[in-house]
Design a binder for this molecule. Sequence first.
Ligand code: 4GS
Length: 217
Amino acid sequence: MKIQVITLFPEMFEGVLGSSMLWKAQDKKLVEYKLINLRDFGLGPRKIVDDTPYGGGDGMLLKPEPLVAAIEAAKSSVVGNKSSVILMTPRGKKYTQAKAREFAKLENLILICGRYEGYDERITKFVDEQISIGDYVLTGGELPAMILLDSVTRLVPGVLGGDTSAEKESFSDGSSILEHPHYTRPEVFRGMKVPGVLLSGNHAAIETWRKQNSKKS
Ligand code: 4GS
């Protein structure tokens, strides 16, 4: 899988892409990440990417020409045809584990990180999907893009150590069952005991306890 990210702040991704799981995914050649600096597609000698909104109002908007040129550059480097251009925006469809699973099946993802007050609406004609990570306002779409690429990468076969770990976790069966609580040593921590059943060795009882203590939402 190839994930390309269009952003004005490529350096924001260094920490996340260099961290264990994502780094290993690249090292094993399971996923390839490419950062595209939107500034490179800016207009004129000053590489302008933003402009004031028609009709007035506060703030600046991303201009359509640089953004569409960056999308086209990303698309031109794609081999195969299963690709999706995804715009990170609070106006998008709410991101879920089901979406992550859908994206993990694609060969090519192109993620666009918004900035400023927003973008010229005409860019949406060059976008396949608009995704929001939640109803709050961030400074840019970079953090949402990192959340998307983290959650998608760990679903790519071979990325996680055990082949079952990704699928056993919360939401993986399409329902919204959250995981049961976990405990590790010590048996008593600051007066709080580990539930006795977990120390019992009775696997059926443990399974029942875990089911009962999984949250449905
Ligand atoms: C989100 C969000 C976001 C909105 C980008 C204001 C800069 C910012 N993107 N899910 N302009 N929530 N984007 O807040 O995706």
